[in-house]
Every structure is written in C-alpha cells, then in structure tokens.
Design a protein around this ligand. Structure first.
Ligand SMILES: Cc1ncc(COP(=O)(O)O)c(C=O)c1O
Length: 373
C-alpha cells in the first residue's frame, strides 16, 4: 500500500487550474447580519451535483492515468461525495460505481439513483459500504476513491476557497463545515494562496465532534456515537490520517454547534436569502449566529457547501418568519431560490433549471471529454 501523501498549498493552486473549466464558479453574496456581522456567503450549494464534492472528485479523476480512467472508479457514499464522483465521471466519460448505505436519507439515495452511476445498496451505514467498495476495487481493478482522506480530493475541495478569495479578497476569516475533514483541510491549504493571512475555523455538530475529539487526543479517533440532524453529510465519524495533520496545523480552531442552531441557521438562510441548504452546509452560519466569530477578523466568509436536502420543512412550516437582529441587506443580487417545490420531481427540475439559469447568465458549457482511443 502506498504511503499517504501530505498535500501542500500548491496542490490547491494546481487543482484550481486543472478543474476550472469543469466546475461552476459559484456566486457570492455579501450580507450584513444576523448580528450586523459583515459576511460573505459562497453559494457552493449551486455547484453542479449540489455540493463542493464535485471539485475533489474532478481533481481526483483528472489526476488518474488514462488507463485507470478508462477502467473506472468506485467509491462509497450516502450522498454528496457519490453525487460528486458520479457527475465528475459523467463530465469526463469515466465509468463510476457507488456503494450506497441503506441508512442514507431518501432524498440522497433518489438523487444518486438518478445520477450517471452504477449503484450497489448495502445494509448498514458508511463503514459497511466503504468496506464493500474497497473489496470490489481490489477484485475488479477499479480505482477506489476515498471521500476525504486523499491528497487529490483535498486539493480539489480547496479550490472553493481559492475562488472565494478571488471574488472577495477582503475576507479575513473563512469558516467551513467539518465531516471527515477533507473540505476543511483543502480550505486550510488554500485560504492564503494570494499571500494574505486568513483565519480558518472548522465547525462541527456537538453530536459529531470528530475533529474536535481528534485534536484533543492528538490523533484521529473513531467516534462511538454519531447523533445529529447533519449526520448524512458530517457523519464520517473519523478524521482522516492525511486530513488530520493538515487541519491541526492550518485551522485556528473547531467550534461546536447544536442541532437547534443548525435548524435555525438553515431556516434563516431560507427566510432571508431564499436559499435551501442542507443542515451540514450551514454549520458556519449557525456558529456566526451565536456570535462565535465576533472577535475574528472580518468579513467572515461562510461556505454554504450543499443543497441536497428535502426543503419541505422550510417552505411548509407554520409561524412567523424569524427576524435577524439587523435585517440582512444583500449588496449584490441573489440568484435563486434554487428550488420552489418540495419533492424530488421538483428537485430534478431544479438541476435543469439552475443549469439553464447559469447558462442564461453566460456560463459556458463544460468541454467535451470524449477521448480518442
Ligand atoms: C454539504 C456537506 N458539507 C460538508 C461536508 C464535510 O466534508 P468533509 O467530509 O470533507 O469534511 C460534507 C460531506 O459530505 C457535505 O456533504
């Protein structure tokens, strides 16, 4: 087995150039509030596939040998990573297999079923799916892709912050959700690519303190309990061996937020910005709403990193719309909402609609990847 490779900032810069024509340069909006804190939202929930996971997947596939790409890849995922790999495979013409845990939420299983990948459903959770994916890879010659503990995946995820600091160089603190830690490691590596010092803060649910526990122990630890409304995206339960030293060295700290705070942040984003994001994608906003970044350099850049959620509870709730302490004042126009309907049929239309919208705004078609020979 090959030794882990510890990624450097240069790998984010290289990934940024490598995947640039395949990813959507997702918009930012500048807001004040809640709490009058100037913040910059990076709407990565509008990325193709519905999350930043496309970035790491593309960088991984584009880093493989041509023969490996032709043979195909396999991964385990209950959602966004699988969707990212499926979309990357579709864009680049690489066959993709995804082993999906039966415990994955319905909306993500349905989206995966509609994606361009061969699926195998297994009883249990992510560990069972991952074991089967590795086993199949060994037996079939497919390349196994880890969801976060991979230098190419980490480098690709970091391109989201490379883009953010091009769009808003003034950002002083960047906040990311942490699951396995691939996104946080990539953002830690890429946050100062332009030479400006920035603070990077990770945020986890209190019921899944994966990186928090690892940092306290000085090494990755497998959690024995995962309990959060964001478990479907942040529930990896063990920080990666490659991820860990990068996060230890490059993150300022890890904040913990309750499920109630995650629910409130997700609802705030819908009520005030008309963006439907998943619980795992608003961990940073939840922490900001509790004043956790009041002493950090601003503006605070928040990566809203995933849209793959059933939005029916957002749009069909009773009761008044919550008010921020100071009403948010968008200083640039908001593209959205990404969807109006509550059900999957609507969700499918949304991908098409958001593609049409971006095209109308001048987004170019992804290149044709068909390889000769
Ligand atoms: C929306 C969203 N945010 C954050 C994460 C966490 O990413 P990582 O596992 O790289 O920490 C995930 C992982 O699936 C995700 O889907």
């Amino acid at each position: 087995m090959s030794r882990p490779v510890f990624p450097q900032p240069s790998e984010v810069a290289e990934a940024h150039a490598r995947i640039g024509e395949w990813v959507r340069r997702t918009p930012i909006i500048r807001l004040k509030g809640p709490g009058a804190r100037p913040m910059v939202l990076k709407l990565e929930c509008l990325q193709r596939s519905g999350s930043f996971k496309l970035r790491g997947a593309l960088n991984k596939l584009l880093s493989l040998e041509r023969a490996e790409r032709k043979q195909g890849v396999i991964t385990a995922s209950g959602g966004n990573h699988g969707l990212g790999v499926a979309w990357a495979g579709w864009l680049l013409g690489v066959p993709v297999q995804v082993v999906v845990p039966a415990a994955a939420p319905r909306i993500k299983r349905d989206l995966l079923a509609a994606a361009n990948a061969e699926l195998t459903l297994v009883e249990g959770g992510y560990p069972e799916a991952d074991a089967l994916a590795r086993d199949k890879a060994e037996r079939s010659g497919l390349t196994y892709i880890h969801a976060y503990d991979d230098a190419d995946v980490i480098g690709g995820q970091g391109t989201v912050v490379a883009e953010l600091i091009e769009q808003e160089p003034a950002v002083g603190t960047v906040v990311v959700s942490v699951g396995g830690g691939g996104l946080a490691a990539g953002v830690g590596l890429g946050a100062s690519l332009d030479g400006k010092e920035r603070r990077v803060v990770g945020v986890e649910p209190t019921g899944i303190p994966t990186l928090h526990t690892a940092l306290a122990a000085g090494e990755p630890v497998t959690l024995d309990r995962i309990d959060s409304v964001a478990a479907d995206s942040l529930g990896a339960g063990r920080t990666g061996d490659i991820v860990f030293p990068v996060c230890r060295d490059r993150l300022d700290r890890v904040e913990l937020v309750s499920d109630a705070a995650l629910r409130a942040a997700r609802q705030w984003l819908w009520d005030h910005v008309r963006v439907a994001a998943e619980h795992g994608a608003v961990a940073g906003l939840a922490a900001l709403m509790e004043g956790r970044f009041d002493d950090d350099p601003g503006p605070v850049g928040l990566i809203i990193c995933g849209a793959n959620t059933d939005p029916s509870d957002l749009v069909e709730r009773d009761g008044p719309v919550s008010q921020p302490e100071v009403p948010g004042i968008p200083s640039t126009s908001v593209i959205g909402p990404p969807e109006q309907g509550a059900q999957l049929s609507a969700r499918r239309t949304v991908f098409a609609t958001s593609d049409n919208l971006f095209r109308a705004l001048g987004e170019s078609e992804p290149p044709d990847a068909s390889e000769d020979g």
